[in-house]
Design a protein around this ligand. Sequence first.
Ligand code: FAD
Ligand code: MG
Length: 321
Amino acid sequence: MAFSLRIRRYLVIFLITGWAISLAYFLLHSKKPRQPPEAPVRLYRDNRLLMGTFWEVVSPRKESGPIVFTEVKRIENLLSKYLPDSEVSLLNRAGKLKATPDTFYVLKRAKEFWQESSGAFDITIAPLVELWGFTGQKYNLPSEDSIKAALKLVGCDKIILHEKDNVVEFKFPGMKIDLGAIGKGFAVDCAVKILKENGIDSCLINAGGQIYALGDKSGSCWKVAIQDPRRQEISGTLELKDQSVSTSGDYEQFFFKDGKRYCHIINPKSGYPVNSGITSVTIVADSALEADALSTAVFVLGKEKGEELLKKFPRVTARIL
Ligand code: FAD
Ligand code: MG
């Protein structure tokens, strides 16, 4: 009798302790919510046609697209030679303009790149771009005389910048500017500035091949593929964070005549489309404006002189194909 009593007593103690342990285990684990496996961060994609090219915005914040496109449109309305009422078009018609700070800043930076690149980067190239038909894709081979005449209007030394009141003046009638090689980069930098002001720290902007990677993509760098211009395949990838990559090449806008390729980047010294033995220049820089302008300048200068120029920009990396 006593034996079974003792067993019963042990059994009860065993059951109570078992119950208490399972209760404690349940309470402990039910408090800590079970962490769901790291859900991949959702990325929003948005694209728009602006400045004659496709823009794409990728970001974990849905509002990034509209913020970028609104700012880029504002800059396009200032700098586009294709819009009749832009500041650039007003200046190209009148030869003199009191510019807004944004436009004046771009012209100042453009003149600096003209200086640094010994005239290879030159926004006064517009008369030649038009002469070769690259503005409206009506390509043609101009006569020697018409090239010589247009060359007389080329050279940033012919642009006068009055810093005190943001007035821009051309020295000769008929001069025109074309911001095709720096305006997109500037627009990207302006958009990045507005994203940051809105507290957005992760976004990829692709402006027709000109890329800016803001921050990182949920902890890892943004990965950007580089296209091989001739074989139309991926020839490498870059990992970017708070940097811009820009490529200039002879394969974006060009035409063939009698078996010879004529591209949209013009040598301001000869007046002819560049034929410097390179097919593309890819530049990685902290700002999109710098990447944009330098990729064009190095493309015009060719490998040796281009590498000389890049020594003045130690934070910039380049790939010359
Ligand atoms: P880059 O190498 O960056 O620039 C080449 C362009 O720069 C050439 O197309 C020419 O315009 C100019 N350029 C040529 N030689 C030189 C030189 N030696 N130095 C400096 N510049 C030179 N295109 C359209 O078809 N429709 C549009 O409505 C339109 N709107 C635009 C609005 C803005 C504000 C800007 C900046 C460009 C616009 N474009 C438009 C132009 C189009 O975006 C260009 O083809 C593009 O800018 C070329 O850029 P890229 O990076 O391919 O080449
Ligand atoms: Mg460019």
